[in-house]
Write a protein that binds this ligand. Structure first.
Ligand code: FES
Ligand code: FES
Length: 158
């Protein structure tokens, strides 16, 4: 089946199996392997990407459902994503890094939708993303730092 999917601002026309998952389309058809598969059962959030600005778990969506939609992945060169990535580095928001692409994409979604996200809001919206390494404090610190940077409260270069 032919699909036409915009990924990170580039259009991809591909003939794919109707049963192909979006995460497989990204990883296997486009070689965008930053989106991870942690569970394949909609529990871990490692596969989180944005579809038309909304966060989705790409292991629960068929690639054909993304036909004529815009997908944003961890490989996007959106400058706001760079701010978030740097905040995760600065605040040690990752250890093994397996959950990190999904965490960062969910952070992007959170901060795009609420520029005054408080801790309660962040925790509520991070419930679908699991990390087995960091204990979450450093992830929360990373998100708060990214939020501050986006508000211009501290220098991006800090
Ligand atoms: S791989 Fe999609 S939620 Fe775990
Ligand atoms: S950093 Fe290892 S699973 Fe989150």
């Amino acid at each position: 089946m032919m699909v036409n999917i915009d990924v990170n601002g580039k259009e991809y026309k591909k003939d794919i199996e109707p049963r192909m998952l979006l995460v497989s389309f990204l990883r296997d058809e486009l070689n965008l392997t930053g989106t991870h598969i942690g569970c394949d059962t909609s529990n871990c959030g490692a596969c989180t990407v944005l579809m038309d600005g909304k966060s989705i778990k790409s292991c629960t969506v068929l690639a054909v459902q993304a036909n004529n939609h815009k997908i944003t992945t961890i490989e996007s060169d959106d400058p706001k994503l760079d701010v978030i990535k740097q905040a995760y580095v600065d605040e040690n928001g990752l250890q093994c890094g397996f959950c990190t692409p999904g965490m960062i994409m969910q952070t992007f979604y959170i901060l795009e939708n609420n520029e005054n996200a408080d801790e309660e809001y962040i925790k509520k919206n991070l419930r679908g993303n699991l990390c087995r390494c960091t204990g979450y404090k450093s992830i929360l610190d990373s998100i708060k730092k990214a939020e501050e940077k986006m508000k211009g409260e501290i220098s991006v270069s800090k």
